[in-house]
Write a protein that binds this ligand. Structure first.
Ligand SMILES: [Mg+2]
Length: 259
């Protein structure tokens, strides 16, 4: 069994479901930390700040340094700052995206005539927010969305993700957004560049084939699919490019490592 230097974990459906930790993943992360390996966390969730993501992990028994937490909010704010310098930006989203935007100095305005409409999940969404989004995009704003997840797993079932909301705006305007989160490999690229990992030293671990596993495949690193969230093992195995490994959960993976 191959040992890696960088274990990149998706969060929702891989490490926790809502507020509940996934015990097998938590145990495996503790095993890595006992080996002196600090895992990375790579989430499409744009709603939480780095501190809030760290608090969610701490609540299920995982201490994660801020330097090892990557979100689609960070990646999206960096993308907009890089590709649209000086832009006036209309924003939809929660604390995570707002803080990321402020950190890179984006000019957020309350207007529908803007250069960029930046869209992340907003759990306090109103009809007016979506209507303004549609008008801003019709008026010519570049449409940039944090992630295309249609749904995410919670305690009571699947809930609508940012991808569902973005598709609503797309349906009204006819404009397809540019999506920044996984399956784009932007966050994995940032980790490799920042820490100097070679691609064969990295692995992406996730429950969702279309986001987690594809981001790893597109970046050119190994992937481990776990059967604890969105995509079933059968569905992931049936893909044209299946994951490098498919396991029920990370304790099964640990047992294979020991065998
Ligand atoms: Mg997931």
């Amino acid at each position: 069994m191959k040992r890696y230097k960088a274990y990149c974990f998706d969060l929702d459906g891989t490490v926790y479901k809502g507020k509940e930790g996934i015990a097998s993943a938590v145990a495996y992360i503790h095993m890595l930390q006992a080996r002196g390996i600090e895992p990375f966390y790579v989430t499409n969730n744009s709603s939480k700040t780095t501190e809030q993501l760290q608090a969610s992990l701490r609540a299920i028994g995982i201490e994660a340094p801020a330097t090892h937490v990557y979100s689609s909010a960070m990646a999206t704010a960096q993308y907009v700052a890089h590709h649209f310098p000086q832009a006036r930006v209309r924003f939809m989203g929660a604390d995570g995206l707002r803080q990321a935007a402020e950190e890179v100095g984006l000019q957020l305005v309350d207007d529908v005539n803007v250069d960029v409409f930046m869209m992340g999940i907003d759990r306090e969404l109103t009809y007016t927010t979506l209507a303004d989004a549609c008008v801003a995009v019709q008026n010519g704003a570049a449409f940039i969305a944090t992630n295309e997840d249609v749904k995410f797993p919670a305690e009571r079932g699947f809930l609508p993700g940012n991808g569902s909301l973005a598709r609503l705006v797309e349906g009204v305007t006819g404009v397809t957004p540019t999506y920044i989160g996984k399956p784009s490999p932007v966050m994995l690229e940032l980790i490799a560049q920042t820490y100097g990992f070679a691609k064969d030293e990295m692995v992406m671990i996730g429950d969702n084939y279309d986001t987690d596993i594809l981001s790893g495949i597109r970046f050119g690193i190994d992937t481990i699919h776990v059967n604890t969230g969105v995509t079933s093992t059968e569905a992931a195995y049936a893909k044209e490019q299946p994951p490098t490994m498919l396991v029920e959960n990370m304790l099964v993976y640990a047992a294979l490592e020991e065998a």
